[in-house]
Design a protein around this ligand. Sequence first.
Ligand code: SF4
Length: 165
Amino acid sequence: MGRIKAVCIAGARYCENGLMERAVLGRLLALRFGTLAPGLVDHVIRFWPELAEEHDLRVSWKLNCWEARRCTTLIRGKGGGAMLCPALTATALCGIHGGMNGGRACWTVRGTFCAGQTQGTMDEKRPACEDCSFFRSVEAEEGPWFLHSAALVRIARRRGGVSVD
Ligand code: SF4
């Protein structure tokens, strides 16, 4: 697949998952594809519905935490640079509970940006997560297929995840 086409399809998938804010999309694509990608953001934003339909991206994902909570997915780091919520980039958790990256297993991801604040480790944020409406909705929706944190951490480590604990 040509590189430009790969960038556009990946961009359509991010848009399909509620990540269509220009800065967020540009950063995600740059992380994955390098400096070529941000130049295609306008194109992706314009054409993602057609791309998603053409490449059958519409059926694959359930609601992710950033869509459900409409939270800030991009914040300024200490050095002034833009940082993405690590739930978005936790590829080791992709597909868990039908979510994109850490989108439906965010309670195991260290340093998420819930409520506009950088959170701590899985253990540190456990009380807030257990009280979180999104966590409860995933637990209810998945029923007997819901994976508990210890299993998620094992899966992420096996896949080479670094941002869970
Ligand atoms: S509070 Fe916890 S469960 Fe809720 S969105 Fe944030 S990381 Fe996920």
